[in-house]
Design a protein around this ligand. Structure first.
Ligand code: PLP
Length: 431
């Protein structure tokens, strides 16, 4: 499986860097966290991607989650072609938009009404605006290590004291936008209860990744999500589940189905667009009715509900109606997580495998990872060595320790076995 060929990717990266900041259109693609040159991708099929040098690898990035059916799924491709042939955008209603939202509502009983947008960022930003308007309050609680897109008020990490007001994670985010965002420790319900006891009357919403995926995979501790539900009810705040990753991933009905909790508002993206740009936010009718044109909260988009993107989403979600697909994903993913952990153990490398369904992270850490503070203590240099060793052995993992690996319906048992074998070699080589 060894690939020695990187020449064309090196040249493509040099060229890209002359025209695009860092050579990429989303920072993590630049491989800064693991070093080296990112392979430039020529094509994908099923579980595999092939770069422009001709190296084929088993892909566990899967476009960062959307491709639960694998690359270039025939039914999705056909739906896209059929839709594109009829016109790519109208800026007027189409029946496909309703069909996609009906499919979403069928999977998420907490969603009475939903609106389509073009990215997860847009969906989260709009949900927060709506929550603020609905409650008449400004403050938002998020959690350290949770990512909700790059809208100003959500691009905030915790200050050194967990209860300090938001510090922007990026220059250019005005302090005023960050000031009303508080970041608390993930999985710490007591901290949330404390905060709400003191400031509950000011909090519009708690937004949470119900299974965290952006600090590496961190499952919710037993009772954490239930506590958020109880506390938001008690203090008149809304509960927003950001299911951009988990929606249709950890179960068809997302984390809400898996853990039996209904959110007031849900943010979706990734899978619902089948690999094309789609996001959505939706929830309780009384809240969603505040949205323009029914209510005063403005939100809009030239390409929202784009017919080609919607067709890809519908084709994908239809395939996900089969419960066997999720059972199969669970079996393969369990096998992979256990196999990777066993390979590490055999080589004497301390790791912790976190997994919920088909999203998993192998942390290079010798203790359990339950929050951001735990996650950042991982040995990122060891991860970078492992990543490079896997890449040369035909396995494309996320180029950062703090990301999830995603399996798709297209990954075969043979893929999983080959990945575990590659890991055994990689651990031996990267020690
Ligand atoms: N919310 C979560 C949980 C995400 O993982 C992401 C992206 O990774 C977003 C929101 C933002 O979505 P997008 O990249 O489509 O803007």
């Amino acid at each position: 499986m060894a690939d020695s060929k990187r020449r064309k990717s090196h040249a493509a990266f040099r060229r890209a860097k002359k025209s695009i900041p860092g050579g990429v259109n989303s920072p993590v693609r630049a491989f800064r966290a693991v070093g080296g040159t990112p392979p430039f991708i020529a094509k994908g099929s099923g579980s595999r991607i092939t770069d422009i040098d001709g190296n084929s690898r088993i892909d566990y990035v899967m476009s960062w989650g959307p491709l639960i059916l694998g690359h270039a799924h025939p039914k999705v491709g056909e739906a896209i072609s059929r839709a594109a042939a009829k016109g790519t955008s109208f800026g007027a209603p189409t029946e496909g938009e309703t069909a996609l939202v009906e499919e979403i509502r069928d999977a998420f009983p907490s969603i009475d009404l939903a609106r389509l947008v073009s990215s997860g960022t847009e969906a989260a930003m709009s949900a927060v605006r709506l929550a603020r308007a609905f409650t008449g309050r400004d403050r938002i609680i998020k959690f350290d290590g949770c990512y909700h897109g790059h809208a100003d008020s959500l691009l905030v990490k915790a200050g050194s004291g967990a209860l300090t007001f938001g510090t922007p994670s990026s220059p250019g985010v005005v302090k005023a936008a960050a000031r009303e965002t508080v970041s608390l420790r993930y999985n710490d319900a007591d901290m949330v209860a404390d905060y709400l006891t003191r400031h509950g009357g000011k909090v519009a919403a708690i937004i949470v990744e119900p299974v965290a995926g952006n600090m590496g995979v961190v499952p919710p501790a037993r009772g954490f999500l239930q506590a958020l539900r109880r506390l938001t009810h008690k203090h008149g705040a809304l509960l927003i589940f950001d299911e951009v990753i988990t929606g249709f991933r950890v179960a068809r009905g997302g984390a809400q189905e898996l853990y039996g909790i209904g959110a007031d508002l849900t943010v979706l993206g990734k899978i619902i667009g089948g690999g094309l740009p789609v996001g959505a936010f939706g929830g309780r009718r009384d809240i969603m009715k505040k949205l323009s044109p029914l209510g005063p909260v403005y939100q809009a988009g030239t390409l929202s509900g784009n017919p080609v993107a919607v067709a890809a989403g519908i084709a994908t979600l239809k395939e996900l109606r089969r419960p066997a697909l999720y059972r199969n994903l669970e079996t393969k993913s369990k096998r992979l997580a256990e196999g990777l952990a066993a390979a590490a153990k055999k080589a004497g490398v301390p790791t912790t495998a976190n997994r919920v369904g088909s999203m998993l992270t192998l942390f290079f850490a010798d203790r359990s990872i339950t929050n951001y503070g735990d996650a950042v203590r991982s040995d990122t240099r060891a991860y970078a060595r492992f990543h490079a060793a896997m890449l040369t052995r035909g396995v494309y993992l996320a180029p950062s320790q703090f990301e999830a690996a995603f399996l798709s319906a297209a990954h075969t048992t043979a893929d999983v076995t080959a990945t575990i074998e590659a890991a055994e070699e990689a651990f031996a080589a990267s020690r």
